[in-house]
Design a protein around this ligand. Sequence first.
Ligand code: HEC
Ligand code: HEC
Length: 328
Amino acid sequence: MNSAISRVFVFLLVVLGIYLWIGYSITALTGGRGETSAMVDITPEGGESIYWGKGRCFTCHSVGGQGSAVRGPNHGQFGERFLEPMGARAVSRAAERSAKTGVEYTAVDYIVESLASPGAYVVDGYKNEMAVVYAPPISLNLKEIKAVVAYLMALGGDLDMEAIDTAPSDVTAGLYSKINAAAEAGGGDPEEGAFVYEDNCQECHVLNDDGGGEVGPDLTGLAAGGLDFISDSILAPAKALSEGFETYVVVTNEGRQFTGLKTRDADGEVDITNALGDVETIDRADIKDISMDDTVSIMPDDIAEVITVKEFQDLLSFLMLQKPAEEQ
Ligand code: HEC
Ligand code: HEC
């Protein structure tokens, strides 16, 4: 028993540590701490160092005769196939995307999209196997991604730094918030997080029509609530019960007690659904007392004990990267 308590304590300490670290990184990212994160400048040179380094682009791409990888398109001018280097090529790709989607794309929009949502446009003759560059193991942040965009735009294109480093466009706004959400969630691995979700949450929640259980609220669009809301909901479910999912306690005249959600109250009967999804139908006439208990949730409050800190981080990343409801 004591060791269980101390394990919870250690878990909470580590979680607290992660929060402090996230807070620190965000401050650093926004320039709050001077030079700490000024590892890269948003310039073609900064992007070049990411491209041939941390970004691992060179493991699949080459630039003209530089590099030898052929899994992805060459980003320079190369052979019969690539008559235009990437900066110039992005202009015609953008026109294609505008025609296809009805949304006006600039060349910068096209490149940002190919980095943050590679499946949106798959270059003819290649497989949809480009890495998601803001997720592990590459985990580029927004600044690093903008630097890479500057590098690629400078390859035979019209390098407009303002278009790269100012307010997001209709195309990039959603992508930028995804990239920032990934960084904010502490660099957990969303793919691993999907398994954590399946194992611990799906039995009670629906997410994007995935056919999960309906004991708890539909979590589609959850990311909009922000990281604090999501982690609070997991670490302390009873802190703020979701509307319509309050816990009820029913005591019958015979002294039997039922705890769960009140899922029906009609025709002289009350349905109480427990955490397993089992429904108990009770006659109103048999009820001695029915009351709401806002100190407990049907959602287990020991999930933090069941999963590791790494799994918790992965889960947060997975949840933070879910699309907003309106994009479904
Ligand atoms: C695992 C291999 C892989 C890695 C790593 C990778 N890419 Fe790609 N990339 C591809 C493939 C394959 C395609 C073509 C399919 C597609 O369009 O999604 C592609 C397409 C692209 C395109 C569109 C090219 C065009 O002609 O329109 C750009 C831009 C791009 N990648 C940039 C990058 C950058 C920058 C990095 C590093 C931050 C990177 N890629 C990392 C495989 C990769
Ligand atoms: C036994 C069923 C059950 C399991 C398992 C469960 N939940 Fe819940 N969850 C609920 C119920 C019931 C509520 C509503 C009551 C409340 O707010 O605590 C809820 C509420 C939530 C909320 C707040 C939603 C909102 O819109 O207010 C979030 C977020 C959430 N759960 C996430 C998770 C995650 C992530 C997991 C897995 C780690 C999980 N839940 C596992 C039953 C469950």
